[in-house]
Design a protein around this ligand. Sequence first.
Ligand code: SAH
Ligand code: SF4
Length: 366
Amino acid sequence: MRDDKTDLLSLGPVALRTVVGDFLREQKEPAYRADQLAKWVYGGEARNIPQMTDLPRGLRDALGERFVLIEPEIEQVSRSEDGTSKHLWRLVDGELVESVLIPTRDRLTLCISSQAGCAMGCTFCATGWSGFARHLSAGEIVAQYRASRRWAAAEGQRAISNIVYMGMGEPLSNPAAVMTSLTTLNQGYGVGARRITVSTVGVVPGILKLAQRPEQFRLAVSLHSPDSELRQKLIPLEKRHPLPELIEALRAFNAAGGKRITFEYTMIRDVNDDPALAARLAALAAGLQAFVNLIPFNPIPYRDWQPSTPQRIRSFQKVLQDRGVGTAIREPRGQDIDAACGQLRTRAMGEKALPVVDGDGRRRSD
Ligand code: SAH
Ligand code: SF4
């Protein structure tokens, strides 16, 4: 059974050395085998233990009794005309998660999932509507990078330069696995901490945990409104961790030094795009030296909301700029392949995932 075996990708780099080191001693194998194994794990070429071909066969068999290296299976790959590609991965228990590769002029960014589904229920988000299935393990998070890296290389694409936790799920609701995966991506695979961004809707305890880390991982906060009442309508978590508490946590994050905060602001027509909100957002952002990304809303099947018009987005941006706040308008990427958060999975799950919605857009439990 796979269940009682240790997943090599779920162990952090230090634990990998210790656990495998102990195992090698038990097996009376030389200690340098641990280096060989780590090379296979972080070099990323072996898809499983039998493929670690410079380890003696007997040792591979013994390792296979105790350990497993699990990569997800490719359920579907979609390619956008703009070069963006999206993987739908099938996990060992059949759950589906997505990751997206986004090439830009000088980068290749990988967007990864941290949960199958999401429990946060944000009203503008397809993943939120699809509900929560389960947390991903550290190994399942790391494996998206490992498998995508190999896939990109085979496609002749450049190396993955940046990783964002902006796929499905709320990473800071799954802190244990996410924290281990951050260490592995940084120390094991050598992706610079400043090239890794964790995106959260505002899970305060998780933000404080991330603040304590010595590495300079970046933090993106999905703000979407500087007004608590409006934010509650978009993000149910606002009730549990309201803006003043969130802002305080972000101050602590800044105070920890050398870290950078970005606000993500999804612009929904006539919902949160009033320039008066931009002025309040500017005050929040300026106080935290945060950069603001303005993202046109990507329509979802569950609400009839539309993206703000380009003109409206530009005037919103001007208010921010006039107040000295750094800001960018993020182009939607991969729209032809539903590359926005959660949409492909929802489609693949079919009608099952469609919730019943009543008049004011709230989900009913039946
Ligand atoms: N749960 C985390 C990370 C995953 S969501 C978070 O919410 O931050 C990644 C980003 O996609 C978030 O900024 C989220 O607000 C945004 N997003 C979700 N649905 C969207 C949609 N329909 N259109 C545009 N952006 C969306
Ligand atoms: Fe979850 Fe983020 Fe979607 Fe909200 S926006 S439902 S937190 S994935």
